[in-house]
Design a protein around this ligand. Structure first.
Ligand code: VGL
Ligand code: ZN
Length: 214
């Protein structure tokens, strides 16, 4: 598999709060940094996303008295897992990880900024209706095949990959450049859903991307 000039790398939520020591730490989340850097050097289109919540965002357990992190509550758009406060707009926890070399990323897309609606997906908010604009951006850039990596495999990476397919793109998830939260079997479920939707499961080593000048 040889990504063409019009293939796009989507780097999902590689932010301090998802790294060890962060408020919603993904086990070994920091391990994706070198893998993502190596991938980014080889793609013509690079997009990074940031989870970007308002203070007191309704996906935070702290906004629901009597509820705790990782419980599920009904929201108007469906069930919502409650999370520890994380990735609050402008905070150090919301910053991209140190060591991430994404100076060539042309777009940094922020999501989850509507106070009452979560957005795991980089394409559509959790109401499944409100678009972020990413599909239009990628189409206008001529992208056809998206390679998705980052954090966390079973939430923002999976939802982004599934919505990328729904938007008509070829989608591959680069497994070694992702890490998962894995809450009650969520990782196995995410891979099953992605495979059923035609998302390819690939590794960096299997890509044989042409190296390109910076
Ligand atoms: C994420 C849970 C809550 C993610 C974001 O980036 O996978 N997970 N917010
Ligand atoms: Zn979030």
């Amino acid at each position: 598999m040889n990504p063409a000039e019009t293939d796009a790398l989507i780097v999902v939520d590689v932010q301090n709060d998802f790294l060890p020591g962060g408020s919603l730490a993904v086990p070994q989340g920091d391990a994706v940094v070198p893998a993502v850097n190596a991938l980014a050097a080889r793609f013509g289109i690079v997009v990074a996303t940031q989870d970007w919540h308002t203070p007191g965002h309704l996906s935070f357990a702290s906004a629901h008295p009597g509820r705790g992190p990782f419980e599920t509550v009904p929201m108007p758009y469906g069930p919502q897992i409650l999370w520890p406060d994380h990735c609050v707009q402008g905070t150090a926890g919301a910053a991209l990880a140190p060591g991430l070399e994404l100076s060539k990323a042309q777009l940094v897309l922020r999501k989850g900024h509507h106070h009452a609606v979560d957005s795991y997906s980089a394409f559509r908010e959790a109401d499944r209706i409100t678009p972020t604009g990413l599909a239009g951006y990628l189409r206008e850039r001529g992208a056809r095949h998206l390679f998705v990596c980052g954090l966390a495999t079973d939430f923002c990476v999976a939802w982004t990959a599934l919505d990328g397919r729904a938007a008509g793109f070829e989608v591959s998830v680069v497994e070694d450049a992702c890490r998962a939260i894995d809450l009650d079997g969520s990782l196995a479920r995410a891979w099953a859903e992605m495979e059923a939707a035609g998302v390819r499961r690939v590794s960096s080593a299997g890509l044989r991307l042409p190296s390109r000048p910076a």
